[in-house]
Design a protein around this ligand. Sequence first.
Ligand code: ZN
Length: 336
Amino acid sequence: MKNKVLILFLVALALSAVAAFAALPGRGQSQAGAKQSPSAAPDAQQAVSQPQAGVKLTAAIHESRPANASAASADLSAFAAAASKNLSLKEELAWAFGGKQQRGWYLYTSLIGGLLDTTDEAGSAGFAAALSRWQKGAGLAPTGVLDDETLYRMVSTWQGARIKSRAYPQPSELVTAPPAEFWDPSRPDELRQVRRDAYDAYKRMLAAAVADPSLKLAVTRTGELAPEEKFLKIVSSFRSREYQEQLRQRQPNAGRAGLAVNSPHFTGCALDLYVGGDPVDTKDANRALQVQTPAYQWLVRNAGKFGFRPYYYEPWHWEYVGASKAGGVEHVGVMK
Ligand SMILES: [Zn+2]
């Protein structure tokens, strides 16, 4: 009886040793690697055609993942169908925002590229691959297709990074910026106020833009934007509740996507900057023009470094959230 138990034990031990040997991740590595051919899945075929031993078959299947270079090209070819879908969804996707029907996401490709950390064209396999990585991180199916579910997730990511507070600044926190820094230099004093920290951040950002020769901004000898230069000048900054109400009454049918009742401009930290076209017109044709300008694309790439976050729907509207509050994780108050 004791012998039988011992034999059973030894058999079990031997079987588990074989199993462990077969499961070793590195088994067959050099063999499969040496015979690697350029095609996508040579190892699996080889394993099927040479089923010499159970151990070897298992090892070969473990090794069926191709080397890095061919993995990348296999990935991209896997995203060809997603890329072609994206090419049409970019113009055609039906979705809604602020109670208004929207069409396509072509107006947001710069912001989307920033989110996905890719410069690949929206209709390319590289873009679809980058999107699928982002989708995976966001807990979505990693299809590489920018459908409505993915777009809504992107919108909530952008919206979540904006300032939450609508608190009025103390009068002592506001500075009055000089008329020359405004798109309309005739704007009265009370409409040229900015919260001091937001204004300082804007000036630092502007200095960086002025120093970037690719923007070709007209500047004075002292490094300020020239009077005739309109790009990146301030269109609108702090607004009082009274002034916002006047603006709204001039636009009675603006709808929810129009002028906000509870505007972030109340904080003195929201700046509308000139990025081309009609300064603050949400018509698609106007925004299509604005998102193509070097000034806007520079802001998308650089404004975050200075503590500014975009309002994705209005290319001109940027909000100072503070350099130490990067990533949109802050929760300053609740909008009411
Ligand atoms: Zn604004």
